[in-house]
Design a protein around this ligand. Structure first.
Ligand code: 5GP
Length: 245
């Protein structure tokens, strides 16, 4: 496995081919970026932590009948995954108003939404991942009507599981981003990762303290410090919750 064999390098992961064309190897990096890569840094141990959290969550979802790209994890920062073609969509599910929802609507941070909100963003760094309307999504043929309906259904199912799971970890799941891909049989699989890089996670024990409660990438985005500790803490609680099951 050498640098020149990589298939793709993203902001948080490198994807390598394997001897089996149906299987890729994802290597999770410690690199951290925010605000469309305008802010760059590194979080020590992040690759292994995010890979471990994602692996556990993907296995839990698989056990509940949700198909993911996860195969196994041969090393703490490595995941063997089914080869998929990623749809250029970022699927965001929100339970509580935060981040761009507050910025774009004026809703107060922390407003509990009456029902989960599922949103589609165009995964395109050059354009800054803009929010899509359904009509724009179809205009650009980013997915079919059937795929959008299926993704919406899956995103809500995944939210129900994750909300409950994180509750057991004494964590409030505020919002998160999912990506989906198609395998060689054109089956839709949950892909990418589910980690403190892609979720907003608030520590219930910290109450309403807007800084202390943050256990996710907002610590890096907002320079709150102790980023690595927060990620470690999420991993510790996830492992404990899985053990308890
Ligand atoms: P927002 O739209 O408020 O910035 O993000 C909503 C949720 O989706 C947050 O949990 C955020 O971490 C996640 N998210 C949205 N876009 C991205 C992205 O490009 N990369 C990552 N890692 N997470 C994202």
């Amino acid at each position: 496995m050498s640098a020149h064999t990589k298939l793709y390098e993203g902001k948080a992961k490198i994807i390598y081919p394997t001897d089996d064309p149906q299987i890729f190897l994802a290597v999770f990096k410690d690199d951290a970026t925010a605000f469309n890569a305008q802010k760059r840094g590194s979080i020590q141990g992040k690759g292994a932590i995010n890979c471990s959290i994602s692996s556990k969550l993907f296995q839990e979802l698989e056990a509940r009948g949700i198909k993911t790209h996860f195969i196994d994890s041969p090393a703490p920062n490595q995941m063997r995954i089914e080869a998929v073609k990623i749809l250029p969509l970022e699927v965001v599910v929100r339970n509580i108003a935060a981040g761009s929802l507050c910025q774009q609507t004026g809703l107060a941070l922390g407003t509990v939404l009456k029902q989960p909100l599922v949103e589609f963003y165009y995964k395109n760094d050059q354009l800054g991942d803009p929010l899509l309307t359904r009509d724009r999504l179809f205009l650009m043929e980013l997915a079919t009507v059937e795929q959008v309906n299926k993704i919406t259904h899956l995103a809500l199912q995944i939210n129900e599981f994750l909300k409950e799971f994180f509750q057991q970890c004494d964590i409030t799941l505020v919002d998160f981003k999912l990506e989906f891909g198609l395998n060689s049989q054109q089956e839709l699989l949950l892909a990418d990762e589910i980690s403190p890089d892609t979720c907003r996670l608030w520590d219930i024990a910290a109450g309403n303290d807007p800084n202390r409660r943050v256990l996710d990438k907002d610590r890096f985005r907002r320079d709150l410090g102790n980023v690595e500790d927060a990620y470690q803490e999420v991993l510790r609680r996830v492992l404990k919750a899985v053990e308890r099951e």
